[in-house]
Design a protein around this ligand. Sequence first.
Ligand code: TRP
Ligand code: SF4
Length: 409
Amino acid sequence: YIFLVKLVMNTETTRVLSAMRPNGRLHLGHYLGVLQNWQQIQYQYKCFFMLADIHGLINNYHASQQLNETMHEMVIDWLAAGVDPSQATIFIQSRVPEHFELANLLGVITPLGWLERVPSYKDALDELEHTDGNTYGLLGSPLLQSADILLYNSHYVITGEEQAANIELTREIARRFNHLFGREDGFEEKASASIKKLGIKKAALYAKLLIKYQQEGNDEALATARYLLQDALNLSHGDRERLFAFLENKGKVFLQEPHILTGNSTRIIGTDGTQMSIARNNTINIRDEPEVVSSKIRGMITDPARVKRSDRGTPSSCPVWRLHQIYSTQEVSNWVEMGCLSAGIGCLDCKQPLIDAINLQQHELIEKAKPYQEDSTLVKRILSDGCGRAREIASTNLKSIKQAMNIDY
Ligand code: TRP
Ligand code: SF4
């Protein structure tokens, strides 16, 4: 996968977070586009896979009754796809209450305009006009997402391209926090570079005042140094803020600015010929039984030019062909192309090897899911173990964040 190349940091300490909103059964698009990535990356990095139940609620609080069941099935799908709870931490957002706490703390410093400008919020608003869905939760949803990410000091977030703006917001919030309360990465080096910009004389004076304040606790030295910085016209805003912070030796933490990993963006076609998605109700779900797969594929639309069996078709204008390209061998693909172009095969003939290939994959998933389906306490145990592990890290990190914000009393 392309994104693995980008990960050049120490694998043991590189933290990767990914999450899914529980809003229905997972389908083959999730399997090929997300879960296979998770399965691979969990052995290389410290991975956190989160069930974003509160984001699910925010999106549709009328469906709260389905949440528990949806999440249970979702975890079974993850496990069936090879997510390994001894490698990765699987947890539920709301069972780590530190997420809410951090979201509120970050809310203190997040300008309202930043949230109002998030594209997903603006899009949602257009759709939600005159409904009861335009909630405070919806506006705060990217802020909660930022908390999800920053709470674990995640280096990378695996998510879809459509989330890029949200990750950018997370970076901005982290930067703002660091600027206000914390310390940037490489702070010392950057501070000494900023000091140089003061010019030789002022730099020497700043250094003297710094020592006087930090070592002797001389408040007058602090005031003079502040005045000096205020007055130094050749400092950029950023340099000045940094040197203010450096004076007071502020902050013990800095929040990691996460990078987005979009993974492989396999777009899989659904049974109606448009992209497979829960909303379009055109999915083949992970662990669908063989008969279900068969009837869904058999009912799939084909090249509209092939009305009668004797009509020739063109694979490139047929959604079934798009699935063949993912699931079939070169040999089968050749057979499809020839048979379709010459009307040598019928569409049902064409669909059969595809049905078989998908069912082969499903068979493995169904088998792997069986123990978890038979004994639901297994999933419960995996979750309570994962939530415990997540919470331990979350509470340690939150503690130092609160320290930096001077509310650790
Ligand atoms: N907002 C994401 C979605 O709608 C789900 C999500 C919540 C998420 N928290 C996250 C994704 C943290 C990545 C990282 O799909
Ligand atoms: Fe599509 Fe196959 Fe029918 Fe051609 S033969 S139109 S590729 S289903």
